[in-house]
Design a protein around this ligand. Structure first.
Ligand code: C2E
Ligand code: CA
Ligand code: CA
Length: 967
């Protein structure tokens, strides 16, 4: 259907055809419709509001006149129309008018809606007649049928009031007049019965009720969720109910969004312009102005309870009079439109909110499980898209060191991502964001070059950005952009969303960084940042698995810096740490990229050398590292020279698993040290035993330096009184990983390496110092110290003891040195130190008596005071009926030689009973006391002193000792 100006309602054509069909038959009707270019079954001739062109009606009328042979066929049409409408709405309106004149006036006002090509004016009206003049708007389109039709129609109107009417046409343009004039006459009517009038009123009310019911029904039908579809439906329905062909609806559901426009029978531009003038001028002025060119406008406001939403405009044919019912009807549809808009908008909002809430919930679930920053940024960018509906979004992470943001994740519906690195143009903004992480809009016009490039890449004019800040630290930016322009309210809600998401992202990123830091700390050495022991172990296992699969070799090199302790001792720990850091760095630079350098602690490093084509390759790498260490390190302005001893063990040649390889590399390192340091040694099975000894030796060396040695004291009791009268000092090693270890494990190594001298010197000082404490503390106790062969051979022992006695102000009689049976009984002459010690006034004991060659006669010439009978002699005492004769003999002989006797190793009650029977002066053994720390023994001594008031009997002085005392 085209421009309504020349269109007329198709109902006229329908009625004309039905008249022809009645008067001349079906064939005649078909002939007539064909003349107008209409098929008999043309849908426009069916029920509903349709329009045909004015020309088509004229053609129909002419054809009908010739087919029926009735030149006044137009009058028949008018009568036909009246009859068809008699039971309908118009007749009731007309009756409602009250009398024929008023009814005619209503009819005249209504006429341009049917015959849009003319205008009509009621020029005269009385109780008995009315005069209507009419002019064709377009003289070329004028036709007699229009006037005939009205004449036929209007002639019947007086009949509604019970009086006959007649119409004459004194002027007619078809006859050459400048206008048409129709005069309607009727008899002065009898007053319409009151009853009929109220009935008419009721019918009018009923009619209005029907319109309103239609509105209600339409509301029910409006289950359409799409706003555009709903509005189109509304104007479609309004069009069916009103005699108007053109409709326009323009609404703005969001106050700041551009209005949308829908129309019927208006082209898009015209509709757009009309809507614009409605919004700009308001309905009253627009109706006077722009809208009139489209017909006679009727405009209704579309308003919700609290807001004006837009306009619904209907365009009646030009020159129509706007009736109250038109406005009420349109108002009803406008009300329906408002309700629909409210519902659709609310539903849309709820849907968006639901979607946003779901997306947020999902996000927080997935963020909780996220373990890496890329994972987090990915999740957040996706969520932004789902929540805001924006086209593109991304996370830029701050790289403060590089002064830039780096694109970490992006989500886009289309288009190029733009540059991935964004230089920071104004570094101050970082602290500004950190202080106040408010979201903001970045506009193309205001953006610098770098941001502009991003916006161009994203194909957006502006983007909404929220700084990702957590606990006052900026991590990056979350940005999102839309390719369509957003209303202010939409921008606000996007900013809200990005801000909330940036907050989520900040928390998650911070947590992840924390986690990564903790993980890093757990796996890295804090001083050098190198992998630590647990991590290298893990990586070595992995390398070994790969090597087993690939048939390659893996080298493990244990690196220990030579004499590093000197650095700490002379330059301090800070310089020492500094040097360790530099060594670590240099090691890292001289291994292959696939190699791993780890710090095991102290000055020990481990090199993991995977993927070797042969085990020998490991030696090349290690030699390179040793060469690299040759250049001096500058620490505190001093050039320091560092060398290292390295032990190498390789898979598969020297072991299959990490534990074995590590131990063997470690042991080989000691071989390198023993070989003169600053070198490497490769594991070699034949000397493995020697290595572990070397290792122990090296550790013992450190033990003395680090103060890992401890002294325990084992009491000796006087059998006569049961009192503690002496104690033997016994050394222990508090090993950092092995715990407290006894001398049996390490003294052999110490003796072999000569370290025993250091051990004994330490023991002597500690033991004598303790003896002095007891002496000065009022619980004097003789302390017995073991002396080794080395001690006695060297010159230092006597001077050492002398110095200690002096320094500690210690009574020499409270000191006893134990020399083993083997030394005393050896063929060599007794070392001169023995007599030197005697001269100092300290006592000498023969330890482990009976385990050497035990030539008793030699003792006679020996300047000793005490005989300690080895515990092997009393072992049989635990058996029933012990044979004590041998020990009896030894004790009597010792007595003969004026020697005191101590029986060692008394473990149980049976042995103790037998020992008492034999009757030495002193006994020592687990049965009485185990070796114990000095504090424990002090407590025992104090308890003992409390029990026996008066000076304790310390030492039974007898024999040679008495002689010497006399000297
Ligand atoms: P030793 O001189 O014969 O010391 C006595 C050893 O016998 C100690 O073992 C002691 O704990 C243990 N013992 C004491 N009562 C009993 C007992 O009733 N039954 C048994 N089975 N054993 C008992 P420890 O402390 O392990 O010392 C072992 C050896 O190490 C010592 O034998 C001594 O030769 C040497 N030693 C200990 N301390 C030193 C030291 O400071 N310097 C030197 N050069 N040698 C030391
Ligand atoms: Ca001993
Ligand atoms: Ca002994």
């Amino acid at each position: 259907m085209t421009g309504g100006g020349s269109d007329i309602t198709a109902a006229i054509a329908r009625h004309l055809l039905s008249y022809v069909r009645r008067a001349a038959g079906d064939a005649a009707a078909a002939q007539v419709s064909a003349a107008a270019g209409l098929a008999v079954d043309d849908p426009r001739l069916g029920p509903g509001q349709h329009w045909i062109s004015a020309e088509a009606l004229v053609a129909l009328a002419d054809a009908a006149a010739s087919v029926t042979g009735d030149p006044e066929v137009g009058r028949r049409l008018g009568e036909e129309l009246f009859r068809a409408d008699e039971a309908g709405a118009n007749a009731d309106f007309l009756v409602g008018a009250g009398d024929p004149g008023a009814a005619l006036e209503v009819a005249v006002a209504h006429t341009p809606r049917m015959i849009t090509v003319r205008r009509y004016d009621l020029v005269e009206r009385s109780d008995e007649h009315a005069v209507v003049e009419s002019r064709a708007l377009n003289p070329a389109a004028a036709h007699r049928v229009h006037c005939q039709m009205l004449a036929g129609h209007w002639a019947r109107i007086p009949g509604l009031f019970g009086v006959a009417g007649a119409v004459t046409e004194p002027l007619c343009t078809a006859r050459g007049d400048d206008r048409c004039r129709l005069v309607v006459r009727w008899d002065r009517p009898a007053p319409v019965a009151e009853e009929r009038r109220t009935r008419s009123r009721r019918r009018v009310d009923e009619l209005v009720g029907r319109f309103e019911a239609m509105q209600a029904m339409a509301a029910e039908l409006a289950t359409i969720d799409d706003l555009g579809a709903a509005l189109e439906r509304i104007i479609d329905r309004a069009g069916a109910a009103m005699l108007a062909s053109r409709f326009l609806v323009t609404v703005r559901p969001q106050a700041d969004a551009p209005p949308s426009v829908f129309s019927a029978h208006l082209d898009a531009d015209t509709a757009e312009r009309a809507a614009e003038s409605l919004w700009a001028l308001g309905p009253a002025r627009a109706a006077e102005d722009d809208l009139t060119s489209l017909g006679t406008p009727v405009v209704a406001d579309i308003a919700s309870r609290d807001r004006h939403l837009g306009y619904l405009a209907a365009f009646l044919p030009p020159h129509s009079t706007v009736r109250d019912i038109d406005e009420r009807l349109l108002g009803a549809y406008a009300g329906h439109a408002a309700a629909t808009i409210e519902r659709v908008v609310a539903a849309e909002e709820a849907r968006l909110q639901h979607r946003a809430a779901t997306a947020l919930l999902e996000l927080s679930h997935s963020l909780a499980a996220a373990r890496s920053i890329p994972e987090i940024t990915e999740l957040v960018t996706t969520a932004v898209g789902e929540i805001t509906g924006c086209d593109v979004s991304g996370v830029w992470l701050l790289d403060e060191a590089d002064g830039c943001y780096r694109l970490q994740a992006i989500r886009e519906s289309s288009g190029l991502p733009g540059p991935r690195v964004l230089r920071i143009e104004n570094p101050a903004e970082i602290s500004r964001f950190e202080a106040e992480p408010a979201p903001f809009v970045l506009r193309r016009a205001a953006a610098g070059a770098a941001v502009g490039e991003v916006l161009d890449g994203w194909q957006v004019e502006e983007c909404q950005v929220a700084p990702i800040v957590h606990r006052g630290r900026l991590h990056g930016l979350l940005a999102t952009g839309s390719r369509r322009p957003l209303a202010d309210s939409e921008v606000r809600s996007v900013l809200e969303a990005v801000s909330a998401l940036a907050h989520h992202a900040g928390t998650a990123i911070d947590n992840t960084l924390l986690l990564e830091q903790v993980r890093h700390q757990a796996l890295h050495d804090s001083l050098t940042g190198l992998p630590n022991r647990p991590q290298i172990e893990e990586r070595a296992r992995l390398a070994l698995r790969n090597a087993r699969r690939d048939g390659t070799a893996v080298g493990i090199a244990f690196v220990d810096l030579d004499r590093f302790k000197n650095v700490n001792d002379t330059l301090g720990h800070v310089a020492g740490d500094d040097l360790i850091g530099r060594v670590a760095e240099r090691l890292g630079r001289h291994v292959r990229p696939s190699d791993v350098v780890a710090r095991l602690g102290g000055d020990e490093f481990l090199l993991l050398l995977p993927d070797l084509d042969a085990a020998a390759r490991a030696e090349d790498v290690v030699q390179r590292v040793l060469d690299a260490l040759r250049a001096p390190f500058s620490v505190d302005g001093e050039a320091l020279y560092v060398s290292a001893s390295v032990g190498i063990a390789c898979y598969p040649d020297h072991g299959d698993d990490y534990g074995t390889l590590f131990a063997r590399a470690d042991a080989a390192m000691y071989v390198a040290k023993a070989g003169g340091r600053n070198r490497y040694a490769v594991h070699d099975g034949a000397t493995a035993a020697r290595r572990s000894k070397l290792k122990l030796e090296s550790e013992l060396h450190r033990a003395i330096e680090r103060g890992e040695l401890r002294l325990h004291f084992q009491p000796q009791v006087a059998l006569r009184t049961g009192a503690i009268v002496a104690a033997e000092a016994l050394v222990r090693w508090q090993h950092p990983s092995l715990g407290l270890i006894g001398p049996g494990t390490f003294l052999a190594v110490a003796e072999e390496s000569g370290l025993i001298v250091d051990v004994d010197r330490w023991v002597r000082r500690a033991a004598l110092a303790q003896a002095a404490r007891w002496q000065h503390g009022g619980t004097p106790l003789r302390v017995s110290v073991n002396a080794s062969r080395h001690d006695l051979a060297g010159a230092g022992l006597v001077a050492d003891v002398a110095a200690l006695l002096l320094e500690l102000d210690l009574d020499p009689e409270l000191v006893e040195l134990e020399i083993t049976d083997r030394i005393v009984m050896s063929d060599e002459d007794l070392p001169s130190s023995v007599s030197g010690l005697r001269d100092l006034g300290v006592r000498l004991a023969v330890d482990d008596f009976g385990t050497g060659s035990s030539v008793l006669s030699r003792l006679h010439h020996c300047p000793v005071d005490v005989l300690k009978i080895d515990r092997t002699f009393i072992e049989p005492f635990s058996y029933p009926d012990p044979d004590t004769r041998l020990v009896d003999g030894l004790v009597s002989m010792a007595r003969a030689l004026d020697l005191e006797v101590v029986i060692e190793g008394v473990e149980d009650a049976a042995q103790a009973a037998a020992v008492r029977q034999v009757g030495p002066e002193l006994a020592q053994g687990f049965h009485y006391h185990r070796p114990m720390p000095a504090e424990e023994l002090t407590a025992l001594l104090e308890a003992q002193a409390a029990r026996t008031p008066g000076p304790a009997e310390v030492v039974p002085i007898r024999g040679r000792r008495a002689r010497r005392a006399r000297r």
